[in-house]
Design a protein around this ligand. Structure first.
Ligand code: GUN
Ligand code: FE
Length: 455
């Protein structure tokens, strides 16, 4: 248990896709279970609030100055073992990128010392960028995958951790499941282990992870669909990322009517399925995904880096799909969901410049996708993503540079965001979205527990 705490000062969170609540003088009470007990606005003196709530008479106060509290980010798609390859993609596209950079790096995670070093570092990185919940792909290796889950649990980051399943001959013999049977057995082993270390699934949960259709044979896809039904587990995979990949799927699964149909036939489209990319879906595929209640992870940095395409997010939002953001390291070049917010805005603007202005996403909209949208993608929308009574305190303290305060000490404040005193809270949020980074994320909490702070 933690001591009851009042988070005092400005807070910002999404109340809908298009609207942020901006509260200058907030006081949010978090109880000993890390649950939000009250949200007060227009508080001049925190002592007045303490007096109102029995449990908070002696509460600790954490005050934010020159900034605001913001919900923790949700990264709905990333690859922990690919972090060492960040920034390395050259002029490759998906299929050549996988063979050139990705499979060789991932295959080295049979080395547990390497796994420990890289996974610890990557979890630190995502936490320092304010990511309080993360859907991770690991590799095919069960020990290293289980270690990633151990690290997330020890560090207190909410995580879905998936042992990657891939039994087809797309990848080299040295990096693929030996047989359909061993693919399923290893997936079950990792799933059971992750459930055993956190039986309530409060912090870490397993996620069934067929890499993508071309990496898996039809029997393995069907067995994983069966396993998901049996265990009520989450599922994650990639879909319709790149035109070459889509052509390959059509060739490998000739009896399927579409890429989406391959997963649907295998029973892999459920309300707990996260589909990454979804750049080139046909209308019927969108309808099927919607009907199954499957969710979309939008990964704009990656889609631009390996030139996969511009995902039509507005079209999917209009169709009623549930969408979050994913960093997709190392197709994506940053572990930061704030960076992904900017990338989502840019991609929407490129679509707007080539087509309809309605494609443009606003700052409010991308911040929604980064928090409440992502929470819905991972099935935690009633728990995290906003500051509401009954939700858990998964939050970050954002602090911006105050030029007046630092006076002549030019550049003394870490980070790029300068504020001059005249900006209202909405303008401060805009400045943070466009030029903020991890230097502005001073503290991060999950369930009221401090999981990262900058000295
Ligand atoms: N498709 C199959 N595997 C991968 C991967 O590791 N990253 C991305 N972006 N797409 C994939
Ligand atoms: Fe990916």
């Amino acid at each position: 248990p933690i001591s009851p705490t009042i988070y005092f000062g400005a807070f910002v969170h999404s109340t809908s896709l298009i609207e942020l609540e901006l509260s200058d003088k907030g006081a949010i009470g978090v109880d000993s279970n890390g649950v939000i007990a009250f949200v007060e606005r227009d508080v001049e003196n925190v002592e007045d609030v303490k007096g109102k709530y029995d449990e908070f008479k002696e509460a600790r106060v954490v005050e934010v100055k020159d900034g605001f509290f913001f919900p923790g980010f949700i990264d709905t798609h990333t690859h922990a073992p690919q972090h060492p390859n960040t920034g390395l993609f050259g002029k490759t596209t998906l299929l050549s990128w996988l063979q050139t950079y990705t499979f060789p790096m991932e295959s080295s995670f049979s080395d547990m010392q390497k796994a420990e070093r890289i996974y610890s570092n990557f979890v630190s990185r995502t936490l320092s960028h304010g990511t309080t919940t993360c859907a991770y792909y690991a590799t095919i290796h069960v020990p290293a995958t289980n270690l990633l889950a151990d690290i997330c649990l020890a560090r207190g980051q909410r995580a879905l951790v998936g042992r990657v399943c891939m039994d087809s001959d797309l990848s080299p013999e040295t990096y693929r499941d030996a047989s359909p049977e061993s693919a399923i057995a290893d997936s079950k082993e990792s799933l059971s282990y992750i459930r055993s270390i956190d039986p309530t699934g409060t912090i870490v949960q397993p996620i069934i992870t067929p890499r993508f259709a071309p990496s898996c044979t039809a029997p393995v896809l069907a067995s994983l669909g069966h396993l998901a039904r049996e265990t009520d587990a989450h599922i994650q995979t990639h879909i319709s990322e790149n035109v070459g990949e889509i052509a390959l799927v059509a060739q490998l699964f000739p009896s399927s009517t579409s890429y989406t149909d391959v997963y649907d036939t295998a029973g892999l489209l459920t309300s707990k399925t996260i589909l990454a990319h979804a750049v080139h879906l046909a209308k019927e595929e969108v309808d099927t995904i919607k009907a199954r209640g499957a969710k979309i992870s939008h990964c704009p940095a990656s889609n631009t880096a390996i030139t996969s395409g511009c995902c039509p997010v507005r079209k999917y939002l209009n169709a009623g799909l549930t969408i979050g953001l994913g960093t997709d390291v190392s197709g994506g070049f940053s572990p930061s969901i704030l960076e992904e917010c900017r990338q989502a805005i840019w991609v929407s603007r490129f679509l707007a410049m080539q087509g309809a202005d309605s494609a443009k996403l606003s700052t409010e909209e991308v911040l929604y996708l980064a928090t409440r949208g992502g929470a819905a993608v991972v099935g935690m929308e009633s728990k995290v993503g906003a500051f509401e009574v009954g939700m858990e305190w998964d939050a970050q303290m954002i602090v911006l540079g105050n030029v007046d305060e630092r006076g002549s000490r030019d550049g003394a404040f870490e980070g790029l965001v300068d504020v001059f005193g005249w900006e209202d809270l909405g303008e401060r949020v805009q400045k943070w979205v466009y030029s903020g980074d991890d230097r502005n994320t001073k503290m991060v909490w999950v369930r009221g527990r401090l999981v990262h702070s900058r000295a």
